[in-house]
Design a protein around this ligand. Structure first.
Ligand code: SF4
Length: 422
């Protein structure tokens, strides 16, 4: 059994109350920090801990906090990105349901690190239960003196609000999310200026993912070295919530050290492949990552190892496919999502995602031609020139389909039908 950090208070059937959270050391980090640590020291500890953003981009959290200059104008904002819309990813919802005060404390600490006056939790509209839990627990934290004016007599004041997203995938992208919060069309914006310089209403704004923020109280309480030592591989730091779905016996969310092997996640924690199923491939980190095939079955699951192998850990939402899964059909399913969710701002993505979806549909339905393969590869390349990271993410499964499963695509074309359908 590995140490449980983010899930240490998790219960099978209900949320952790503020009393239970405090009995297990909750809000101690906040008390210590507000009493003994300057904002500079807090940022230093988070930096030393090498906390990488858990929302998919893996950007160093400490670096993000440090980019809010000391002399930056006030007010400053902290936004928690809880707009979890990546297909297959559900870890943030589970975290909020399990232990909402962990997130609230993480937000107050991150807010203090940049002297933000207000925090906003931007949440997916389908997560209405989670939003209500957070609103209720924010009130409770306020009554307990952890939020509001002059927190614990420190002179620092911070308030939290919950904001429901309009429900489009692109609202999870940082700059689009800021536009959405300001009531504008939520299309992405290329920096500079970066949100940490000019974000919400042109004020310095830090955006962090739910899981990233939940790590912060533990780092502040136990130190950077402790956090780094939680990981199994050199250079990685901390635990990770792996959400696993698909052809396994025990789908769900598991907190495991970064660097744990994929084979161990599937066989030990997720209960192995379902009866009669053989591992064929998985998406390691949500719909916008590349398929990992059998040759990667023993890979160490951390950000750097996957990057070195030409892959991405993303949100660590593992979708497992077995030998009976049609990879063309699975990829088509993902492309239907991406084509629908393209924000439509730029032509390569707006037109390209539709075009790829149509070609895959024709291949899957027996209307494919050999020329579609080079055509698909070409369009995928064009999508790397789209305005934001949505398009390269959308083509990741398609490109890896053509890399690892070109034979299967050809079978569809030659047989003029899906070979997996009887
Ligand atoms: S790449 Fe797609 S999501 Fe991003 S701006 Fe262009 S159309 Fe919108």
């Amino acid at each position: 059994m590995y140490p449980q950090v983010l899930f240490k208070n998790r219960k099978p059937d209900r949320i952790t109350t503020i009393e239970e959270y405090q009995q297990n050391g909750g809000y101690e980090a906040l008390a210590q920090v507000l009493k003994n640590k300057s904002v500079k020291q807090v940022k230093q500890v988070i930096n030393d801990a090498v906390l990488l953003g858990r929302g998919g981009a893996a950007f160093p959290s400490g670096v993000k906090l440090e980019t809010v200059a000391e002399n930056a104008p006030f007010p400053r904002y902290l936004v928690c990105n809880a707009d979890e819309m990546e297909p297959g990813t559900f870890k943030d919802r589970v975290l909020i349901h399990a232990d909402p005060h962990q997130l609230i404390e993480g937000m107050i600490l991150a807010g203090y690190a940049v002297l933000a006056e207000k925090g906003i939790i931007f949440i997916r509209p389908e997560y209405e239960n989670a939003a209500r839990i957070l609103e209720r627990e924010i009130d409770i934290a306020k009554q307990a003196g952890f939020l509001g004016s002059n927190i614990m007599g420190s002179g620092y004041s911070f308030n939290l609000d919950v904001h429901r997203s309009g429900g489009r995938y692109i609202c999870g992208e940082v700059t689009a999310q800021l536009n959405a919060l300001m009531g504008k069309r939520p299309n992405p914006k290329q920096p500079p200026p970066y949100p940490t310089e000019k974000g919400l209403w042109d004020q310095p704004t830090v955006i962090q993912n739910v899981e990233t923020l939940c790590c912060i109280p533990h780092i502040m309480k136990n130190g950077a070295d402790w956090f780094k030592n939680l990981a199994l591989t050199k250079g990685a730091a901390g635990t990770k919530i792996f959400g696993i779905s698909g052809k396994v016996n025990k789908p769900g969310c598991y907190e495991l050290p970064l660097g744990v092997r994929l084979s161990e996640i599937i066989e030990k924690h997720a209960g192995g492949m379902t009866a009669g199923s053989e591992f064929k491939a998985c998406l390691p980190g949500g719909a916008s990552t590349r398929f990992l095939t059998k040759e990667f079955y023993n890979i160490e699951m951390d950000f750097q190892t996957l990057k070195n192998a030409g892959h991405r850990l993303g949100t660590a939402a593992i979708m497992v496919f077995d030998h009976k899964t049609c990879m063309v059909g699975a990829t088509l399913n993902l492309m239907e999502f991406f084509a629908r969710e393209s924000c439509g701002w730029c032509t390569p993505c707006r037109e390209g995602t539709q075009y790829i979806k149509d070609l895959l549909w024709r291949i899957e339905n027996g209307q494919g031609e050999e020329s579609f393969i080079p055509l698909l590869k070409k369009i995928c390349k064009y999508l790397w020139n789209a305005y934001c990271a949505f398009a390269p993410g959308a083509v990741s499964p398609v490109e890896s389909l053509l890399t690892y499963f070109e034979d299967e695509v050809m079978e569809h074309i030659e047989q003029k039908k899906c070979p997996f359908k009887t």
